[in-house]
Design a protein around this ligand. Sequence first.
Ligand SMILES: C[S@@+](CC[C@H](N)C(=O)[O-])C[C@H]1O[C@@H](n2cnc3c(N)ncnc32)[C@H](O)[C@@H]1O
Length: 245
Amino acid sequence: MNEQERVQGHRTPSLSFLFRNAEGLEKLRDEIVRTARVTGNLASVGCSQGQEAYSIAALLCSQGLDKWKIEGYDINPENIERANEAIYHVRSKPIGSKRHKEAWEYVSRFADEPYGYFELENSAKDEFEEELGAHTAKPSNILRKMCDFACHDIVGGILPIAYDAISCNNVLRYYLEQPEQLSQFMRNLTLSLSPNGLLLIDSPFVLNLVNDEDECTEPIITTCLSENFRTIYESDFNNLYQRNY
Ligand SMILES: C[S@@+](CC[C@H](N)C(=O)[O-])C[C@H]1O[C@@H](n2cnc3c(N)ncnc32)[C@H](O)[C@@H]1O
């Protein structure tokens, strides 16, 4: 993939949905709670149309952590426009999968009292939407105030500021076959972390450790020192990929 293709996002589909990889996001939230980080800033890198950022905002908010600021970054400017519009349709491929239903259960739960983090519009167009009982979800003002979005290419450079936590899911897979870009990706990601920052990245499904996305449970979450990115790169990633860069 050359730089132009990468920047235009030709090879990086924008598939995402609210509470995709919810277990990973919860794990990150739990680590934030466990380490008593009452406030901080978090980047969702490769945020697509903002679904991950709003999901994290809801999970933090439900623990009283609404002082956190979340910035979603994506290489594709159209995604950033959609993230700012923040209207999410329940329909997403593959329609009807277990993971989509589970994800939508989070949306429903957080739409209800006492949370009210999403406004749902009931206008189901087909049986699947009927079963889920809603058709669009819009994040409430409280979540919108926590989230901002900007265009950024993580392979091209580090984030504009350092973050206390970074979540980066389902992006790395597009760089597995380009060692130089993968190295830049990991370098820029980890250099964008504050000292002792938390990094949540991908899942065993993405890392080809399981074959079925529905089976994926354990995401990788790690703390690393921003000046010491090689620690995480070598120990976690080289082993998992079983490659030598
Ligand atoms: C499959 S989506 C994943 C969205 C979300 N993180 C999730 O897990 O649902 C991958 C996203 O990464 C973005 N992306 C790809 N390469 C990127 C890069 N170098 N810098 C920033 N974003 C990138 C794409 O535009 C796309 O929106």
